[in-house]
Write a protein that binds this ligand. Structure first.
Ligand SMILES: Cc1cc2nc3c(=O)[nH]c(=O)nc-3n(C[C@H](O)[C@H](O)[C@H](O)COP(=O)(O)O)c2cc1C
Length: 172
């Protein structure tokens, strides 16, 4: 079996850049599109660094890189929606990850979107959508951790999920 992270099981591997990214690549993560309605219109990006924080009140977090246009739009609007993708949404994940050279409103053209409580775009065919009010922001290294209180839920609950592992998409 090929050891992707450690040459020897007990060797200490320095966790600098490439080794850390290689370590993170082993983790299968659900894929989401995080959206908002900002001052310049709709904005959104693909994100895997999403987690639940607490269930009372229902609270989620997402980590977004400091240069992201979606981050700036969320900080202006004070709300965002986490749309969890199904296994039919691989192309949508690529579009919202800038892999099709589309930005802003153009990323929304190939899917149907609705709104719930905050006005952030909700993917009509998402597995689940968490419509959130931004309640806290933490700056850590190159990223912001956005904390949102979930104010409405959407989604179909139907079909398989989309995951990202070893730099590729897969179905679960
Ligand atoms: C599978 C996948 C997961 C990603 N997860 C994140 C993430 O959690 N946080 C982040 O800041 N960027 C993440 N990205 C990169 C953003 O999707 C990408 O930088 C996006 O184009 C930012 O768009 P914006 O500048 O319009 O906001 C991810 C990309 C891919 C392909």
């Amino acid at each position: 079996m090929t050891k992707l992270v450690q040459a020897e099981p007990r060797a200490i591997v320095a966790p600098g850049g490439p080794a850390f990214r290689q370590a993170m690549a082993q983790i299968a993560s659900a894929v989401h599109v995080v959206t908002t309605l900002g001052p310049a219109g709709r904005a959104g990006m693909t994100a895997t660094s999403v987690a639940s924080v607490s269930d009372e009140p229902p609270t989620m977090l997402v980590c977004i890189e400091g240069a992201s246009r979606t981050l700036a739009a969320i900080e202006s609007s004070g709300s965002f929606c986490i749309n969890t993708l199904s296994d039919t949404h691989e192309e949508l994940a690529a579009i919202f990850a800038k892999r099709r050279n589309l930005d802003g409103e153009a990323r929304f053209a190939t899917a149907d979107w609705i709104t719930l409580a905050t006005g952030a775009p909700v993917l009509a065919e998402a597995l689940v959508s968490f419509d959130c009010r931004l309640i806290d922001v933490h700056l850590v290294a190159t990223h912001r951790i956005l904390i949102g209180e979930v104010v409405a839920l959407g989604g179909t609950g139907l079909g398989g999920g989309l995951v990202y592992r070893r730099r590729g998409f897969g179905a679960v």
